[in-house]
Every structure is written in structure tokens, then in C-alpha cells.
Design a protein around this ligand. Sequence first.
Ligand code: ZN
Length: 138
Amino acid sequence: MLTPVIDPDGAPFWQYAAQGELRIQACADCGELRFPPRPCCPHCQSFGTTWRKVGGRGRVWSYVVAHPPLLPDYAEQAPYNVVVVELADAPRIRLVGNLVSRPGAPLNSLSPDRVRIGARVQVVFSDDGLPQWVLERP
Ligand code: ZN
């Protein structure tokens, strides 16, 4: 199992994900969302932070299908997709992840020919609290 590297700024993202919630860091002063998490708001330079719950629906904004040569842990799962998802209720926020057939399914569980730019997707969470994406209409 490949696990995320968690830094102090991003730790709340993973804590909420472990509870099955997708939350995005927001500025406590001006309200702007930002991702990936970082200490300072790029709009107003505030260090105040809150975590806003988002709906978890989005569209595939871009993707790649990975093939070897890859690091050994990844090579055995190839070919698999890596998607960039634009959130429906926060269109400037884009998250990188994998489109899978069902929650907790392996990286290669969805055939690469099922992935399309613009496809509507919904966040799901693996048993390990890893956000993944599934097609709204499989
Ligand atoms: Zn701000």
C-alpha cells in the first residue's frame, strides 16, 4: 500500500478524509479556498485557516494513464489512471487522484478507455481514508 506523505499544513485534510469528509483549506479572513494546503493565504496574506466541507462532486479536468517504466510498487498496478478533478462547488480547486470502479478498489480497477475529460465524478474514500473518484454514471 502506497501511503500519503503528510505534512503539518495538510494533516487536517487527511484527518477529515479518514472520517469520510472532503474538506478544503480556506482562509479564515477572506474565505478563499486554497489547495494544496499551505500556511498563508495568497490573496490576503492571512495565516488564519479553516477547513470547508465540499460536496465531493466534480469533473475530470485532465488525466494520464501510467505505463512502465515506473517505481516497483506502481509498475505492478499499471496501466492505471491518474486524474485531475475540478470540484463542482469550487471550480478553481483541482485535486489529483485515481478514478476507480468502487470505493477501495485498486488503481487499475477501471479500464483506461473509460476515462474521459469532462466526465462527472464523485469522491469516495477507501478503508484507509484515501480519497478516490468514481464515475457518477458508470
Ligand atoms: Zn485570505
